[in-house]
Design a protein around this ligand. Structure first.
Ligand code: NAP
Length: 249
């Protein structure tokens, strides 16, 4: 039996990596899916993968006006929502001495501020029984040199999930988080580093991993499915770590 039959889902950052893998799984489990990416261009390959039944919406997760427009479009096309996966995120190297205010603000607006306001602005659309999932990261507990701002945003998200989960209970909405370890997605190629440097970073991560490999986006998608479905009906305000043991080190 399909676990999400008849449900509607909005996935931010659904054009790539974890978000795209989750959109495919949610569709296979019977959901009608809307996904966002930053531009029509970045969403073009997604159309071929998700097919005509998916709603593809260019929307900037860091911009409140854009989030308003997104919710209006989702409301018009889908009517309401049963699942909201707030997954859009950027991880850019930000060493302490060289990070300027613009870079700081872009990281915080995308990874933290936009998530808070997306939950707020989606509220009128979310039906009783809905599930909201936020993608955090194991960096929210680990020391992450050169990624301190990103890691701090993910720690803030973890805290937000605990507090808002309680605020949302009266509306019969569950809010939880999934905290990925290193997952093989295009994220590592977006650091703006020369190919050799990004390959060296990946090799270091793999060598450190207790199970000696990166996770696959599918392995996160399956946990998102669990939290999106009624299988997790008694789980509220939790963060599920999916990292091959990395955060145990
Ligand atoms: N991969 C990992 O090892 C890992 C580990 C822990 C946590 N995470 C988290 O997992 C989430 C997904 O990352 P990923 O690994 O799947 O990376 P990815 O392949 O780079 O995907 C990132 C997604 O976020 C979207 N996005 C970024 N900025 C956006 C913005 N301002 N507005 C709208 N969409 C935006 C991208 O859309 P466009 O490209 O279309 O603009 C893309 O769909 C992120 O929150 C990331 O922090 C990843």
């Amino acid at each position: 039996m399909q676990k999400l039959k008849g449900k509607t889902a909005l996935i931010t950052g659904g054009s790539s990596g974890i978000g795209l893998a989750t959109a495919q799984l949610f569709q296979a489990e019977g959901a009608r899916v809307a996904v966002t990416g930053r531009s029509a261009d970045s969403l073009r390959p997604t159309a071929a993968i998700l097919g005509e039944q998916a709603l593809l919406i260019p929307s900037d997760a860091a911009d409140l006006q854009s989030i308003d427009q997104l919710m209006a479009e989702v409301s018009g096309s889908l009517g309401g929502l049963d699942i909201l996966l707030l997954n859009a995120g950027i991880a850019l190297p930000a060493p302490l001495e060289s990070t300027n205010e613009d870079q700081f603000d872009t990281t915080v607006d995308t990874n933290f501020k936009g998530v808070f306001f997306a939950i707020q602005k989606a509220l009128p659309l979310l039906r009783p029984g809905s599930s909201i999932i936020v993608t955090t990261s194991i960096t929210n507990q680990l020391g992450s040199p050169n990624f301190s701002v990103y890691a701090a945003c993910k720690a803030a998200l973890r805290s937000l999930v605990s507090s808002l989960a309680l605020e949302l209970i009266p509306r019969q909405i569950r809010l939880n988080a999934v905290s990925p370890g290193p997952i093989a997605t295009p994220m590592f190629d977006r650091f703006g580093l020369p190919t050799e440097a990004s390959q060296a970073i990946k090799a270091q991560i793999q060598a450190k991993s207790p199970i000696s490999r990166f996770g696959n986006p599918d392995e996160i998608a399956k946990v998102n499915l669990f939290l999106a479905s009624d299988d997790s009906s008694y789980i509220v305000g939790e963060e599920i770590v999916v990292d091959g043991g990395m955060s145990l080190l």
